[in-house]
Ligand binder design. Structure first.
Ligand code: PDD
Length: 284
């Protein structure tokens, strides 16, 4: 596997980071995950905009212009074998003597990008749907920043895995839905798709946007608003989205069936729309 690290392309074993890197010491950095279809980075402009939003959120100057990012990401895609990949892009504040406040002068940011094969959900999982648990969203109030400090998300996802589930659905203030530990969540009720608003309490998902665009273009009713915990538990269907999972049905919640316990009518509409979009738009 060839990676990009601080200005050069190299085998992953040669990419070495300082133990004083603030990403290592403080989790002081941000990241992106970008799917690549037929060697084309999907919604690159939107991913780079979200990266800029995250960098602004931690007051870190973007180490590259949009055209530099585009050039180096495309070069990395070409240097790796799979036609479909997912890029993991990571920027930290760089290495400096340990002190919580920003170092003066500012160190050179650390930039790392790797590519892995993109593996989308298996036919079996699409047919059965996945099991989820609900957990308390105990994260901070800037979940719109795609921060590398993911300890809460790690612990919440681990709780799901230990319960034999694929994902944890996060409930804030014992009151409303935010998102999944590493995904966005939609509720379906009476034929309508309900989406939590893109505020400071969730990551503005790129796949989330695609799903709402597909709904709008295909006459599927949807509403963007706060979704209550009660609505999650009384949903006809629950859907999960992310760049790597695309769109999946959640068929079990906290050990009980969601709706009739099978992927429902909304999933049956949206999944093929997403696959068509993938063939006709993402691969172009
Ligand atoms: N995670 N919410 C959170 C907390 C996420 O970590 C992710 C994605 C999403 C979905 O965003 P998108 O549709 O842009 O992938 C929502 C990535 C895949 C990850 O951390 O691996």
């Amino acid at each position: 596997m060839t990676v990009y690290f601080n200005g050069a392309f190299m085998p992953i074993d040669e990419a070495k980071v300082s133990v004083l890197d603030r990403g290592f010491i403080f989790g002081d950095g941000v990241y992106e995950v970008i799917p690549v279809y037929s060697r084309r980075a999907f919604r690159l402009a939107e991913h780079l905009q979200r990266l800029q939003h995250s960098l602004d959120g931690i007051q870190l100057k973007n180490p590259h212009s949009e055209s530099e990012w585009t050039g180096l990401l495309n070069e990395l895609i070409q240097r790796n074998a799979p036609e479909d990949q997912h890029l993991y892009l990571h920027v930290t504040r760089g290495a400096a003597k340990r002190d919580h406040a920003f170092p003066i002068p500012a160190p050179t940011p650390t930039v790392f990008v790797m590519s892995n094969p993109l593996t989308t959900p298996s036919a079996n999982l699409l047919k059965s749907g996945i099991a989820c648990i609900t957990v308390v969203d105990n994260r901070w109030l800037r979940c719109d920043i795609k921060a590398i400090a993911l300890l809460p998300n790690v612990l919440l996802r681990q709780a799901a895995v230990e319960a034999g589930c694929a994902e944890a659905i996060l409930i804030r203030d014992d009151s409303f839905l935010t998102e999944g530990a590493a995904s966005n969540i939609f509720v379906v009720k009476d034929g309508k798709l309900l989406a939590p608003p893109k505020d400071n309490l969730m990551l503005p998902g790129i796949t989330y946007d695609v799903i709402l665009e597909l709904a709008a273009a295909n006459g599927i009713p949807y509403e963007v608003r706060r979704v209550s915990k009660a609505e999650v538990f009384s949903a006809d269907e629950l859907l999960l989205t992310s760049s790597t999972k695309e769109v999946m049905a959640i068929t079990t919640l906290d050990g009980r069936p969601v709706g009739n316990g099978k992927p429902g009518a909304m999933f049956a509409k949206l999944h093929p729309l997403y696959q068509t979009f993938k063939r006709e738009v993402m691969r172009k």
